[in-house]
Design a protein around this ligand. Structure first.
Ligand SMILES: Cc1cc2nc3c(=O)[nH]c(=O)nc-3n(C[C@H](O)[C@H](O)[C@H](O)COP(=O)(O)O)c2cc1C
Length: 179
């Protein structure tokens, strides 16, 4: 059984990226599902020196290490990923073992604007490259006007989004099976 880790880049409960992540999980198919919590302290070298890696950061690093595949759903804040995601990447980079290395990773985004978070996704790709994961290049899933993209049951309304998400998640599944 594969383990899929979902990382929601937005903290709010009603986040459309959380809805998109739930759709991604369904599209991935049968798996042990885990979810990251990015409510971490802000990275602070003094905190790291005095107390080491915070337990919630280590939990996240362990979740990444144990996952066969990771999907990150990012909003777009001012044309970039939110600070909570960068903060998480910086903290995890301070843990031992390089958990991202060779990990199959898919990025998806939901945003209020017309481009569906395209620039945010592109920036997140650059942010992940130092850790050398196996980043899928497509198909791209960029959900525009995300406040109106889901029905009352939290399902994607536009079948084209559903199709590209299914294709991406099946590609992620194949990568996970390659080990
Ligand atoms: C600080 C901030 C900046 C934002 N900047 C952008 C932006 O650059 N592009 C965009 O498409 N939407 C932008 N939005 C709107 C978000 O895409 C929208 O709130 C979206 O629903 C956030 O994702 P969520 O539903 O997962 O919380 C911004 C929202 C906030 C709060």
């Amino acid at each position: 059984m594969l383990t899929l880790l979902g990382i929601p880049g937005a903290l709010r409960q009603g986040s459309t990226n959380r809805l998109l992540l739930a759709e991604a999980r369904r599209a991935f198919g049968e798996a042990i599902q885990t979810e990251a919590d990015l409510r971490l302290p802000l990275y602070d070298g003094d905190l790291e020196d005095s107390e080491g890696i915070p337990p919630e950061v280590q939990t996240l690093a362990d979740q990444i290490a144990r996952a066969d595949a990771v999907v990150i759903a990012t909003p777009e804040y001012n044309k970039a990923p939110p600070g909570v995601l960068k903060n998480a990447l910086d903290w995890v980079s301070r843990t031992k073992g390089g958990p991202w290395r060779d990990k199959p990773v898919a990025i998806i985004s939901a945003a209020g604007g017309r481009a569906g978070g395209e620039r945010s996704q592109f920036a997140l790709r650059l942010m992940l490259t130092p850790f050398r994961p196996r980043l899928l290049t497509g198909p791209e899933v960029l959900v525009a006007d995300s406040g109106n993209a889901f029905d009352a049951d939290g399902r994607l309304i536009d079948p084209r989004y559903q199709k590209s998400l299914t294709d991406l998640m099946q590609a992620l599944r194949q990568e996970a099976h390659r080990g």
